[in-house]
Structures are given as C-alpha cells and as structure tokens.
Ligand binder design. Structure first.
Ligand code: UT7
Length: 335
C-alpha cells in the first residue's frame, strides 16, 4: 500500500540532558537576571550536557527513541543536522549510525545551523524520492553550550543542548505524515552575523581565544529572522494552495519567543496556534523543531490530523519551511 516515493513521517524521538540550568543559576556568574532573559527571550531554563556527553551521544539517544516510536529498526540512511559535531572531521552521522547498531548504512551530516533540521528533512525526502533510501533517520542535535564563551552574557543565556529525531519512510503524498513542499534559502553575505570565527580551514587557530567561540549580532539576526520566517511560511503555504487559516499548529525554530510571536503576527496567525517550549529548553539549534514537536505531542497540544507548519531560521544565514498533516505518531520513550 505504501509503495510511493514520498517522504512520510513515521516516528519521533527526543532527548535532553538531565542537568537543568535556570536563569538564576546564570545570574550568579554573569551580569544578567531572570527578568532580562525572560522578557527579552522567553527562556526560563535550559538543559546543559555534562562534559562526558557529546553531540553524538545525544543524537544516538534521540535516534533510539525515534526508532522505538516508529516500531522498527530498519533504516537505510542517517542524516544528522548539526553545527556542533564531535569532530571537525569526520562527520558525526556515521558514529550515530553505528551507535544505533546501524553500521553500514549511508550516513552524513548536514550543517545549516538552526535551520538544519528542515534542510535535513528536505535532504532525506530527496533520498526517498530518488529511490536511494526507503527509510531514513533524520536527527537534529546540537551542543551549543560548548561553543559559547562562558563569560559572554549575549550568548550563554540563549542556548541549550539537546537532540530530536524523526523516522521518514517511503509512502504517498496524500497520507498523513507526508512532508512537503519545501522552501529553503540562504544568504552567505550575512555569515558574520552569527559565527565562530576560528577553528575552521580559514583560520585554524586565533591568538584571540574569543574567536573560537560563537559571536552573535543579536538585534540584526532578530530582524532577519522575523522577516524571513514569515516570508518562508507564506511561500510554502502558497505553493500548497493553502492559507494561514488552514494551519493548526505553527512549530517554528525556538530562538526567541518574541521572534515566534512577531512571525505569527505578520502572518495574521493567532498565538494559540504557536507551539513554544523555549521557556524550558532555550535555543537548541538543529534540535529545536523535533524537540518542540515531541513536547507538543506529550502535552496534547499536537494531535493527529493537525496541519503543521515547520519554519526555521539560523546562522549562514539559512531559513526554510515545510508542511505536514500530523500522523498517528507519538514520541518514543526510554525502554
Ligand atoms: O538561532 C537562530 C539565530 N538566533 C536568533 O534568532 C537570536 C536573535 N536575537 C535575539 O533573540 C535577541 O537579539 C537577543 C535576545 C539576543 C538580544 O535581545 P535584544 O532585545 O536584541 O537586546 P540587545 O542585544 O539590543 O540588548 C539590549 C540591552 C543592551 O544594553 P544597552 O546597550 O541597552 O545598555 C545589552 O547590553 O541589554 C543588554 N544585554 C543584557 N542585559 C542583561 C544583552 N544581553 C544581556 C543579558 N542580560 N544577558
């Protein structure tokens, strides 16, 4: 019956490090406050990975939960969206695959930073459409706490660590869970707005240790994010022949509650359709959208049959969107 070549969501998993760091914890060593962080970002606390937990570890844990949710370990490819891989070389996805007992399958990383999950979904959908793979595990995992200068109050309060994953299988375009269309964009001339300047091939090492950490021109990024997320959301809706009123849930990248609300306002979408878990997890970059999906499923906010709009924006700059009707899928939990 499901013999098409259309990517269909068939499983969902999440994993968060157990260590909770709240705003008051940060205010003990940074010149900030719970009031400022909540008012400017909507973040109350975030999870931080312990030093012995890496991006691969988090991705494996989320991937395992997604496989449980899908009810099958059969996977032909692993696509990992991350900007904080365990090593600059090689990619982390092969280690995620072998950590899940999937050694031998195709596995590679996609780096579109906070838009990475949408880009990885599109990549996986392409593998399925081309007949290269029948079942793909797509993981979004990031440990941006590792890239933040512990003394930098402009980045530390924003980012949290975590991982989320989905299983995509080949199916048909008209069934629940079918993904698409996709809208993807980039603007490399603005790479400097959100960047880790050193460590890569351009500058392996810098005399200034700050260059090895993330720097963000927050206000400029904020403005781009609001404009581009609304633009991309409109583009996928238009391509599907749908209107904003047809969207039951808007699951946007959780970078700042004000960005989500401003995007919804520009779209003319009521705030009760906006899924937000940023208060509890902060900005988890590529993990953000699957973690928000899992939370919304767990608290009953997201139900089978809901039409869901996914939109992300991140460093690069990159942004993009896709649509699906939520299938009868629940997040897989620990055994
Ligand atoms: O993941 C995808 C990409 N990332 C984003 O989408 C993030 C986008 N940007 C943002 O979310 C916001 O720009 C921030 C939350 C990062 C900053 O909010 P803002 O409203 O743009 O604040 P600002 O940077 O303009 O700073 C306002 C004031 C400044 O003080 P003065 O110059 O007005 O005296 C900052 O120095 O707040 C100060 N400030 C802080 N104060 C207390 C900056 N960070 C903090 C802090 N605690 N942590």
């Amino acid at each position: 019956m499901h013999d098409g070549h259309h990517a269909v969501l068939a499983g969902l998993g999440a994993w968060l490090p157990p260590r909770v760091v709240d705003n008051d914890d940060l205010a003990q060593h940074l010149n900030t406050s719970d009031e400022w962080i909540r008012a400017r970002t909507g973040i109350g606390e975030r999870r931080i990975a312990d030093p012995d937990v890496s991006t691969v570890d988090m991705a494996v844990a989320a991937g395992r939960n997604a496989l449980r949710s899908a009810g099958s370990d059969a996977i032909d490819a692993v696509v990992l969206a991350t900007a904080t891989p365990d090593y600059l070389c090689p990619a982390s996805a092969p280690q995620v695959a072998s950590g899940l007992g999937l050694s031998g399958v195709a596995a590679f990383d996609v780096n579109a930073v906070c838009s990475g999950f949408i880009y990885a979904l599109a990549t996986a959908a392409g593998l399925i459409a081309g007949g290269v793979a029948g079942r793909v595990l797509v993981v979004g995992a990031d440990a941006f706490s590792r890239y933040c200068d512990p003394a930098d109050r402009t980045t530390v309060p924003i980012f949290g660590d975590g991982a989320g994953a989905v299983v995509l299988r080949a199916g048909t375009a008209d069934e629940p869970g079918a993904l698409g269309p996709f809208d993807l964009h980039s603007e490399g001339e603005n790479a400097g707005l959100l960047i880790v300047p050193a460590g890569g091939a351009k500058q392996r090492q810098s005399a200034d240790p700050h260059d090895h950490y993330l720097t963000m021109q927050g206000t400029a990024v904020f403005r781009h994010a609001c404009a581009r997320m609304a633009e991309s959301a409109r583009a996928v809706l238009e391509r599907s022949g749908l209107g904003v009123g047809d969207v039951d849930r808007f699951v946007g990248h959780q970078a700042n509650i004000r960005i989500l609300q401003a995007t919804a306002k520009q779209l003319g979408m009521p705030n009760d359709r906006v899924v937000a878990n940023i208060e509890r997890v902060g900005n988890t970059s590529a993990a953000s959208i699957p973690l928000a999906l899992a939370d919304a499923c767990d608290d009953g906010e997201l139900q089978p049959g809901h039409r869901v709009l996914l939109t992300a924006f991140g460093a690069g700059l990159t942004w993009g969107s896709t649509l699906l009707t939520w299938p009868d899928v629940k997040p897989g939990g620990e055994a």
